[in-house]
Every structure is written in C-alpha cells, then in structure tokens.
Ligand binder design. Structure first.
Ligand code: PRP
Length: 219
C-alpha cells in the first residue's frame, strides 16, 4: 500500500473549512473533529495524515518536506515566496491585500510614506513598482492601530469584510491583490508521489467546481 501523505492544514477557521473540502473529496479523517488539543490525525485507509499548523508556518513545513502537501493563504505565498508548487486555488478564505489610511488621507509625495504592515516584502514590492519612497514599520498584528496613533501614515493589510477598517475610521485607498487559499505541494514529493498528490488535487478541484456551480444556481 502507498505511504501516507502528510498534509499541513492552517489551524483555525480557514483550516476547518479546508478540511471539509478534503473530506468531501474523499480524504476524510473523522478523528479530526473530536474536541481535543491533538495536532496530528491519521486515516491510514484514506492515505492521509493531517496536522494543524499555524497558518503562516504551513509553507515552511511543505517547503522543507515535513509535509508533502498543504493549504496556505496567497498572502503568505506572496510575502515569503517559498520554493513549493502552487497547484490549485481553493476559492475559499477570500479577502484582499490592500493599502488603507484614515478617512480623508492625502498623500504628500514630497515626504517619505510611513507604511505599517505584517507583509513587509509585499509592501516594498508594491511601492517599488509605483516608485514611491517609503519607510516600512513591521508589526505583528492590530495593524489598524498604527495610523490612528500616528505610528504610520498608511497600512498594508488584509481586508475581508472591511469591518475592522470601518470601525476604526480607516478606508481602503488601493487594492494590491485578491487573496484566497491555495493548495501547495513539496517539489520533491510532487515528483516522487505524483500519482497520490494528483488524486488529491483532482478531488479538491471537483469540490471547488461543485461549489461554484451551487453558488451560480443559488443566484
Ligand atoms: C485580520 C486583518 C485585519 C482583519 C480584517 O486580522 O489583519 O485586521 O483581519 O478583517 P475584516 O475586514 O473582516 O474586519 P486578524 O484578525 O487576523 O488579526 P491581527 O490583527 O492580529 O492580524
């Protein structure tokens, strides 16, 4: 029998949704739904072993081969550019990477723009492409606080519903990219365990297509 595939899933709300897609694709592992603090769950018969990983660490596990495959937000792929294959857009966990500022903000191009963000590489690349001179302030969370307290002029952050911005009197001024969850594979696993990985990709692709069709008929 084929060896079990190691699958790194992002712990949290996105991970729960993504696991449901794996289950629907035929790679179920019922023990994962038990309420406990375990991090590894295996279904030998289905050939999968799941583990819950901090979302920003999924790509590290996959890049280094501790996981054969995994699911990660496009934001993290944009920021850290890991050496992995991006095989499928799962069309879930959708949001936008955007520049936001206090309402009424006017950019004075004579000054260096202070940008607070978790995504320093994304922000640097974006402003390099516009030729704007910036000073990056790296923060780890609650980025919206920075312009309110005068730590930065703008932020580069993820916007999902827009509620956090709205409730803090900020607004989107530029959209950098649209984000969603992506299925990734370790490069060597993809070569040596291609058949098993393609089976998972095909199963998930069918689930994604099925959900898109459902949405269309609901309209
Ligand atoms: C994310 C993001 C925004 C917020 C956007 O933060 O950084 O702050 O969600 O969501 P919304 O548009 O639906 O309000 P997260 O909750 O991950 O926490 P963080 O501030 O620690 O990054």
């Amino acid at each position: 029998m084929a060896k079990t595939l190691n699958v790194a899933l992002p712990k949290g709300r996105l991970g729960d949704k993504v696991y449901d897609m794996f289950e629907e694709a035929g790679f179920e592992c019922p023990s994962i739904k038990e309420k406990n603090r375990k991090l590894i769950f295996e279904n030998e018969a289905a050939g999968v072993r799941y583990f819950w990983v901090k979302p920003s660490d999924v790509a590290i596990y996959v890049e280094r081969g501790a996981a054969d495959i995994g699911v990660v937000g496009k934001d993290i792929l944009m920021e850290s550019k890991p050496e992995v294959y991006e095989l499928l857009d799962l069309d879930t966990g959708k949001c936008r990477m955007a520049v936001a500022a206090p309402k009424g903000f006017e950019d004075d191009v004579q000054t260096t723009l202070r940008v607070a963000t978790k995504f320093t590489n994304v922000a640097r690349q974006f402003y390099a492409s516009t030729g704007r001179d910036i000073d990056i302030i790296h923060l780890n969370g609650s980025i919206e606080l920075a312009p309110i307290l005068g730590l930065s002029d703008v932020i580069v952050d993820l916007v999902e519903t827009g509620t956090t911005l709205k409730e803090n009197n900020l607004e989107v001024i530029q959209i950098i990219d649209t984000i969603s969850a992506r299925f990734i594979a370790n490069k060597s696993s993809f070569k040596f365990r291609n058949r098993e990985i393609e089976k998972v990709v095909d199963g998930l692709a069918r689930v994604v297509e099925g959900r898109k069709k459902e949405k269309e008929t609901d309209k």
